[in-house]
Design a protein around this ligand. Structure first.
Ligand SMILES: [Cu+2]
Length: 165
């Protein structure tokens, strides 16, 4: 039973990602597809699972994946899906000076200190297999998309996004 469920999940992921890629090629509106994932989402299969194979499999347990890393300035719609089967995730859009610099971190809460960063948008927590959209207008610059559920940023849930003029 579990095995069949895994296969179905992987197929849905493949179909969704494929559709996202082709719809972006077809029109130029800025829609960014965001996948919030962890080990339970990939189960070692499908396009997300392949990225987690190998000796580091157990290290990169959580991730945020986006279908484009560079976009044009202006209105942006993030279509965010939590692919986890068990864990809530969320997505925050954070403006940064340098995406390589670690964000201010509150160790007692195991979270990025949201009062000390520029949060431009937020899905709030998404339960497993739920989706949400966030619309923001982004100026040229550097941004990070992060999940700030306790422990998740430290576990790898941050991805840079570049906005060009
Ligand atoms: Cu998360």
């Amino acid at each position: 039973m579990t095995r069949i469920a895994n296969i179905v999940t992987a197929a849905v992921v493949a179909i969704t990602m494929g559709t996202a890629a082709s719809s972006i090629a077809a029109d130029s509106s800025t829609i960014v597809k965001v996948a919030l994932t962890d080990m339970s989402a990939s189960a070692g299969m499908g396009p997300m699972g392949q990225m987690m194979m190998g000796p580091n499999m157990m290290i990169g347990m959580m991730a945020i994946r986006i279908d484009q890393e560079t976009i044009k300035a202006g209105p942006v719609k993030f279509d965010v899906t939590n692919w986890s089967r068990y864990l809530p995730h969320e997505m925050l859009v954070v403006a940064v000076d340098n995406p390589a610099t670690a964000l201010p971190y509150d160790y007692s809460e195991a979270k990025v200190n949201e009062d000390q960063v520029k949060v431009l948008g937020d899905t709030s927590e998404l339960q497993p297999n739920k989706s949400a959209s966030v619309e923001v207008t982004l100026a040229p610059g550097s941004y990070l998309l992060i999940c700030n559920v306790p422990g998740h940023y430290a576990a790898g849930m941050a991805v840079p996004l570049v906005v060009k003029p």
